[in-house]
Design a protein around this ligand. Sequence first.
Ligand SMILES: NC(=O)C1=CN([C@@H]2O[C@H](COP(=O)(O)OP(=O)(O)OC[C@H]3O[C@@H](n4cnc5c(N)ncnc54)[C@H](OP(=O)(O)O)[C@@H]3O)[C@@H](O)[C@H]2O)[C@@H](O)CC1
Ligand SMILES: Nc1ncnc2c1ncn2[C@@H]1O[C@H](COP(=O)(O)OP(=O)(O)OP(=O)(O)O)[C@@H](O)[C@H]1O
Ligand SMILES: [Mg+2]
Length: 368
Amino acid sequence: MIVKHDMNYLTVLNSAINHKLAPPLAVLRRQQFLIRVLGVGGENRMQGSKFEADSDNILRAITPVLDPNRHKGQAGKVAVIGGCREYTGAPYFAAISALKIGADLSHVFCTKDAAPVIKSYSPELIVHPVLEESYSVGDRDKDHISRRVVAEVDKWMERFDCLVVGPGLGRDPFLLDCVSEIIKQARQSNVPVIIDGDGLFLVTNNLGLVSGYPLAILTPNVNEYKRLVQKVLNCEVNDQDAHGQLLSLAKQIGGVTILRKGKCDLISDGEIVKSVSSHGSPRRCGGQGDILSGSVAVFLSWARQLILADEGNLIISPKNPTMLGCIAGSALLRKAASLAFEDRKRSTLTTDIIECLGRSLEDICPAC
Ligand SMILES: NC(=O)C1=CN([C@@H]2O[C@H](COP(=O)(O)OP(=O)(O)OC[C@H]3O[C@@H](n4cnc5c(N)ncnc54)[C@H](OP(=O)(O)O)[C@@H]3O)[C@@H](O)[C@H]2O)[C@@H](O)CC1
Ligand SMILES: Nc1ncnc2c1ncn2[C@@H]1O[C@H](COP(=O)(O)OP(=O)(O)OP(=O)(O)O)[C@@H](O)[C@H]1O
Ligand SMILES: [Mg+2]
């Protein structure tokens, strides 16, 4: 009904423009914005479709109760591998989002230059200045420094419920070589890995790092997805068959889970495709993908714990913890972005969205 009404409105508006009867530009822009958010656009029609995930119920099902008998760490210990000279915001956004949602401990493994900066953003984060970039390492030292870096992360590995690899990592070749080894160690220890940002740059060129690992999640944005499709499927992105293409891509990389970010988030593990198209924000400020990766890390950890404890009696669908983590993370980020936008409008920033994570989770799944 709304769509039909807006279609008519759009026709009238276009006709007015053509006949130079249009209202002033600012009014026009506002009207066209309203039409967009009310849902004339294709992806919004996904809501209510058979692909749309039951995200609120999933979120409620996997979020643990705040039980006084639980000790620190049981609600999740996550680590972000990222942060270099250029980027300190991205790893901070991912790591602090994990804490704000309910993880108990959030670590960041970054370069030495980035560490004091990230620490100064928040005393809540545990920051390890262990990564090295080429400019600070002589050729002769590369082997032993690489071994030291990997060992520094590895001694913590078994304690983590999930690793987020890539926010603000940069593309330094030596650093990326070390990170490849860290991904291999995580895989050996069966620790789930979310690959985002520059982690996707690394993995797209070394698919073997994640191929066939069911606990790997890739979270590409529009550019990252394009590169992945070109590399793996040897073709261009096909929006006419977005579901089929995503399914093939996930299958081709051996059943990893892929969250394709966009106006509507599409998620597939190579078996099924789900969408999250709940209302988000029209602001596209940088850093929202970083919030998403930190959020998915927490929900994936909770979903995994629940599945292990329930021994398969879980009544929600899908059953794959990586799918559940992506659906819950995407739904929560979009809700928080929408709340932040209501309040801040054009000045909405990533930090405003982070401040809305708690209220958004509380609205869907009250603490008590
Ligand atoms: N506040 C912060 O700290 C934030 C930091 N962020 C961090 O930024 C990093 C990049 O993520 P992004 O989202 O900008 O990458 P994306 O859309 O693929 O690229 C856009 C264009 O830029 C180019 N390009 C990128 N890096 C390049 C490089 N090193 N050298 C050369 N070119 C490079 C790229 O070129 P192409 O890859 O196509 O060759 C494309 O044209 C990542 O670590 C992310 O986490 C964000 O999370 C936001 C908040
Ligand atoms: N056009 C859109 N409309 C509504 N929400 C969107 C749109 N595009 C992206 N999003 C939301 O923003 C989130 C982040 O997606 P985005 O494409 O901005 O990631 P990114 O480029 O990796 O971000 P970052 O700047 O953190 O690197 C997605 O999960 C999605 O929910
Ligand atoms: Mg990103």
